[in-house]
Design a binder for this molecule. Sequence first.
Ligand SMILES: [Zn+2]
Ligand SMILES: [Zn+2]
Length: 390
Amino acid sequence: MRAVCWMGKHDVQVREVPDPKILNSRDCIIKVKLSAICGSDLHLYDGYIPTMQEGDIIGHEVIGEVVEIGNEVDNLTVGDRVVIPFPIACGSCHYCKHEQHALCDNSNPNAHMAEAAYGYSPAGIFGYSHMLGGYAGGQAEYMRVPFADVGPMKVPDGVTDEQALFLSDIFPTGYQAALNCNIKSGDTVAVWGCGPVGLFAMKSAKLLGAERVIAIDHVPERLEKARRDADAEPLHFEKTSVLSELKEMTGGRGPDAVIEAVGMEAHGFNAADHFYDKAKQTLRLETDRPNALRQAIQACGKGGTVSIPGVYGGIIDKMPMGAAFGKGLTFKMGQTHVQRFMNKLMGHIEDGDIDPSFIISHRVPLVEAPAAYEMFKHKRNNCIKVVLHP
Ligand SMILES: [Zn+2]
Ligand SMILES: [Zn+2]
């Protein structure tokens, strides 16, 4: 089959690779109908995620059709149309039982690698480094899905592939980010980053009862999209003083919650010191990224919540801990427990509350993935979200 393979920094190639096979009785194989390129795939593309190996198949936002089933999977049949959550979860460990699927204890066969960096290992993730399981991803014609009796969700007939696809990641990720804000009616939520996750966070904040959503970015087309599609009030961070503007807009109180949907280009580490030194030495180009988090902390109103769906991998510098402590802020973050939210969010799609396909800016054949990565990275042609057709 053909698949998008990571070949090194700024080098993805569509290559001919062996078809996936059932390896475990709880696996299934899907024929991919659509996959998407995620902002977090750019961290791979830019070479910042450690433990990638040449030839690794990437992609973790996938909808497909079940073509083969392991003999312990009794909830699926061949021909089912399913959307696949990006964290791989066993369904029966302590964390899965508490619906913390992204923290599953049993889905990362390379847990020791993550434990060296984090103390404990999070769940395995499709197409996202050997430290997170070394699983082949779904920017391909076929994909093996482990724990297929737990993750895949059947898509109802009335919902299109493009509408269901983003239940794999960015819709639940935006939703969890908003849910983490503990929104009460009348609240104002400020969101840094008008990329796909930011936009879903804004729409989710409204779904959850926020009165006002303020969108912060510096790409005019994305700010306009936030205004038009997510009913947000745009702030261009290069053209205005974000902190004073937010104060002004909220009667001096500041936002009740802030969402940092930018993230930092996550960087290589085997040990904390190595990472820190490497960052100090080589990442001057990235200093604007932690700036978003610092600014969000600074801007958050007293007693507010800082919600961080943006991906962080290592250690950041100059965390404004005094501001966080002084204002009594709550921090919520982490990968998304996608499995927990899929049913509820599918309901919102079926009820017409939201049509997630609003996010798609480009639809291209799988073989054009290398050019699509380049376009997405540089936000050319108003690129917000690329969907790949195998
Ligand atoms: Zn993603
Ligand atoms: Zn588990």
